[in-house]
Design a protein around this ligand. Structure first.
Ligand SMILES: Cc1cc2nc3c(=O)[nH]c(=O)nc-3n(C[C@H](O)[C@H](O)[C@H](O)COP(=O)(O)OP(=O)(O)OC[C@H]3O[C@@H](n4cnc5c(N)ncnc54)[C@H](O)[C@@H]3O)c2cc1C
Length: 353
C-alpha cells in the first residue's frame, strides 16, 4: 500500500524554511520552491492514486526488476495501469503536473541508466492483454489484441486457433505493443506486413487509429517511437493453416534460438541493428571482440551480437562496452554500428545520440 507520508519526500531533500541551512535569502527561496514542489508532488501522487489505485503504483522502483538486462536504477513513480482508460487519465495527470513519463513493455529492448528515471514510468505488460478473433472472407481471420499481451502468449493463442504467419514472433520476449513500436522481426518475418491498424494514445491525450501506412514501420522503427505515441491495441490479419505444422514451426524456431543465443544470461537481445550489407555479430567477432568484457558486461561467447550481463553489470559498463565495440568496428571495417537497444533514464556518463 502506498504511503502518502513517503510520497511527500519523494522529490528532493525535504528541506523546509526554518531548517538550519536556510539562512540566506537565496537558500530560503530554494527551500520555498522545494516546499511547493513537495506539495505538488504529494498532490500528483494522490491524484494518480485515485486514478490507477494504490496497488498499481510503486515509488523508487528499481528498474532492474523490469528489464531483461536486469539493469537500471529507480524510477521515481512506477505505474502498472490496468486499462486503457486508466492509462489515458494517468498520462493526463502527468501532463497537468508537468511530470515527464515513459512507456515500457516487458523491458526486453531497454538499457535503463544506473541513476534511474525521473518522473513516471507506465508499464504495459500482461495487463491490457485481451485477444479477439473475427473470421473474414476466405481463409483470413482478424486478430485484435491489447498492447500488453506477451508475444509468446499471443503466438500460442493464435496457433491454438490454427492461424499461421505469426510463428516468427513466438520466441521474441516482448509485448505486442513493444513489438509494433520496434517493428520486431526474426527468421524472415516482421510485424509490419501483419498489422492492419493500431489504436494509439497521443501525448496530447487524443485516441487515434493509425493504419499500416500511417504507422511508418521500418527496420526496428515506427512512428510510435518518433512521436511518443502509446499503443493501446492493434489488429492483424492471419491465414488459416495447419495447427500441428504451426506448433512444430514455433518449436523449431525456438530450438534454434536456444542453440544460438545466450538465453542463460540477462540481455536485451541483439545490441546493434544490422548494418546494411553486414551482420553486426560477424563484424564484432571478426574485430576480435568475442568474449570481451568490461566490468560486468560482456560480448557473448555464444553470439557476438549480444552484450550480456554476467551478473553485476551496470548500465555504464554496457554503455562503455557499446562505445568500445562501435569504435573498434569503425576503425577496423569502416562500418558504423547503431544500437538497437533503447537507452532511457539517467546515466553516469553522458549519452551521445
Ligand atoms: C533474448 C532476446 C531475444 C530477442 N530477440 C529479438 C528478435 O528476434 N527480434 C527482435 O526484433 N527483437 C528481439 N529482441 C528485442 C525485444 O524483445 C524486442 O524489441 C521487443 O519487441 C521489445 O518489446 P518490449 O515489450 O519488451 O518493449 P520494451 O523493451 O519495454 O520497450 C521497447 C521500446 O518500445 C516502447 N514501447 C513498449 N511498449 C509500448 C507501447 N505499448 N506503446 C508505445 N511504446 C511502447 C518503449 O518505450 C521503448 O522505446 C530480443 C530480446 C531479448 C532479450
Amino acid at each position: 500500500m502506498l504511503s502518502l507520508d513517503f510520497a511527500v519526500n519523494w522529490i528532493g531533500t525535504g528541506v523546509y524554511p526554518g531548517d538550519s541551512n536556510c539562512y540566506e535569502t537565496a537558500k530560503m527561496q530554494t527551500c520555498e520552491n522545494k516546499r511547493m514542489e513537495n506539495a505538488m508532488t504529494t498532490e500528483f501522487i494522490h491524484e494518480l492514486t485515485q486514478i490507477v489505485g494504490a496497488n498499481a503504483i510503486r515509488l523508487n522502483e528499481p528498474m532492474k526488476n523490469h528489464t531483461t538486462f536486469r539493469i537500471g536504477g529507480p524510477a521515481d513513480v512506477f505505474v502498472i495501469p490496468e486499462s486503457p482508460k486508466a492509462l489515458e487519465r494517468a498520462v493526463e495527470c502527468c501532463k497537468a503536473y508537468n511530470i515527464p513519463w515513459q512507456i515500457i513493455g516487458k523491458g526486453s529492448n531497454l538499457l535503463v541508466g544506473d541513476k534511474g528515471i525521473r518522473g513516471a514510468v507506465f508499464r504495459i505488460c500482461q495487463t491490457m492483454d485481451s485477444v479477439t478473433f473475427e473470421p473474414l472472407k476466405g481463409e483470413s481471420v482478424s486478430v485484435t489484441a491489447g498492447a500488453g499481451i506477451l508475444l509468446s502468449q499471443l503466438a500460442r493463442r493464435v496457433a491454438e486457433e490454427g492461424l499461421c504467419g505469426f510463428e516468427f514472433a513466438s520466441g521474441i520476449p516482448g509485448t505486442f505493443g513493444g513489438a509494433i513500436t520496434m517493428n520486431a522481426g526474426a527468421y524472415g518475418g516482421e510485424m509490419k506486413p501483419l498489422i492492419v491498424y493500431a489504436k494509439v494514445l497521443t501525448p496530447g491525450g487524443e485516441i487515434l487509429t493509425l493504419n499500416q501506412c500511417e504507422l511508418s514501420m521500418g527496420y526496428r522503427t515506427s512512428i510510435i517511437q518518433k512521436k511518443d505515441l502509446i499503443v493501446l491495441e492493434a489488429a492483424m490479419v492471419l491465414r488459416r493453416g495447419d495447427k500441428a505444422e504451426i506448433l512444430a514451426q514455433m518449436a523449431e524456431l525456438n530450438g534454434r534460438r536456444r542453440e544460438k543465443q545466450p538465453l542463460e544470461y540477462p540481455s536485451a537481445g541483439s545490441t546493434f541493428k544490422r548494418p546494411e550489407g553486414y551482420f553486426a555479430g560477424k563484424l564484432i567477432q571478426d574485430a576480435g571482440l568475442k568474449g570481451y568484457q568490461l566490468g560486468g558486461a560482456q560480448i557473448s561467447e555464444k553470439h557476438s551480437g549480444f552484450v550480456i550481463n554476467t551478473g553485476e553489470a551496470t548500465a555504464d559498463d554496457v554503455l562503455q562496452l557499446i562505445r568500445h565495440v562501435q569504435a573498434t568496428v569503425l576503425e577496423k571495417f569502416g562500418v558504423t554500428l547503431e544500437p538497437e537497444v533503447r537507452m532511457i533514464g539517467e546515466f553516469a556518463t553522458v549519452l551521445n545520440d
